[in-house]
Design a protein around this ligand. Structure first.
Ligand code: SF4
Ligand code: ZN
Ligand code: ZN
Length: 314
């Protein structure tokens, strides 16, 4: 917690007396608004360089949901001088999608960058329809569909990298879940950069060392309007339970999340990566849409066939 009257560390070092407005307990750092923004942007830039995510010469497609993380990410990339446009996938989830689309469009207008919009209603089926006609939880179909269109549109529109707004809280919650299950397949892919391979563009997570709270503060300080409520399907998701548990630990022991994630990347991931090399499944092309797939028909075409069949018999 920020104690009353605490001064910004950077201002203090420069002989100024500005009050701190943010205290980053896991970094033991108290900062004023200006220096928090500077700290945040430098941290993202450092992460991009540390993991060799992309260069200034590359065209980046930011997967924009209208939430604080993806908009904060787009703002940082824009300010750092990267060539970054947005992709909004309209999932057709009622007001949630309508409102988040407006916010994504407003932000694109503000920074004068292109926002590509993909409508699931036109391309496939909306997430509520897919959920109603399959027995799968909305989020598992949504994940497959989003990954598919992000990759497909990035290729079609000539971007070599897709950047998503996954933050430290997201990454540690997934890591925690995968560790509880000892899910080696997912653990061996949990890295902030997934390199391009046949039919897949590179995917990166530049906010992986930024907490959810930090990205919310950054968005507020930059007057970024973002969707403040969660998708209605997120209720009851186990990742939310894991986030709550990890936040309780973080409160008692600041730095727990960052340590859990960073040490995994440093010490454990290299071991799992080697294992992955041994059981690498070869990629093929989906016989329906031609997109890369680990089976004869890709996940999205399978979903489409399933819903088509149910719609016809209804
Ligand atoms: Fe999709 Fe689930 Fe996220 Fe909603 S909560 S946007 S359904 S993944
Ligand atoms: Zn300061
Ligand atoms: Zn397909």
């Amino acid at each position: 917690m920020l104690k009353k009257g605490t001064k910004c560390r950077i201002c203090k070092n420069k002989g100024k007396n500005n009050k701190a407005v943010v205290f980053l307990s896991h970094h033991r750092l108290a900062l004023c608004k200006e220096h928090f923004i500077e700290w945040f942007e430098k941290r993202v830039e450092k992460t991009i360089k540390e993991f060799k995510m992309f260069k200034k010469s590359e065209r980046i497609l930011v997967a924009v949901s209208g939430g604080k993380d993806s908009l904060a990410l787009w703002n940082v990339l824009y300010k750092l001088g990267y060539e970054a446009d947005g992709l909004y996938i309209d999932l057709g989830i009622g007001d949630y999608s309508e409102n988040s689309k407006i916010l994504a469009k407003n932000f694109a207008d503000r920074i004068k960058r292109k926002l590509h919009i993909v409508s699931l209603k036109e391309q496939l089926y909306t997430i509520p329809t897919i959920k109603d006609f399959t027995n799968r939880p909305a989020c598992s179909s949504c994940g497959v569909v989003k990954r598919y269109y992000m990759n497909r549109y990035a290729k079609e529109l000539g971007y070599s990298v897709v950047a998503t707004g996954h933050n430290l809280d997201d990454e540690t919650a997934v890591l925690f879940g995968n560790t509880l299950q000892w899910d080696l397949k997912y653990l061996s892919r949990q890295y902030p950069v997934l390199l391009e391979e046949e039919g897949f563009v590179r995917k990166v997570k530049p906010l992986c060392k930024i907490t959810e709270k930090e990205s919310a503060i950054y968005s507020v300080f930059n007057n970024i309007e973002y969707i403040e409520y969660e998708c209605p399907f997120s209720e009851g998701a186990s990742s939310i339970e894991y986030k709550t548990l990890l936040n309780q630990l973080e409160e008692k022991h600041p730095g727990t999340k960052l340590k859990f994630y960073s040490e995994f990347l440093k010490k454990i991931y290299p071991i799992f990566k080697e294992l992955q090399k041994e059981d690498k499944i070869s990629l093929m092309k989906c016989r329906i849409c031609g997109e890369p797939s680990y089976s004869e028909v890709c996940g999205v075409c399978r979903l489409k066939m399933l819903v088509d069949k149910k719609v016809k018999t209804n």
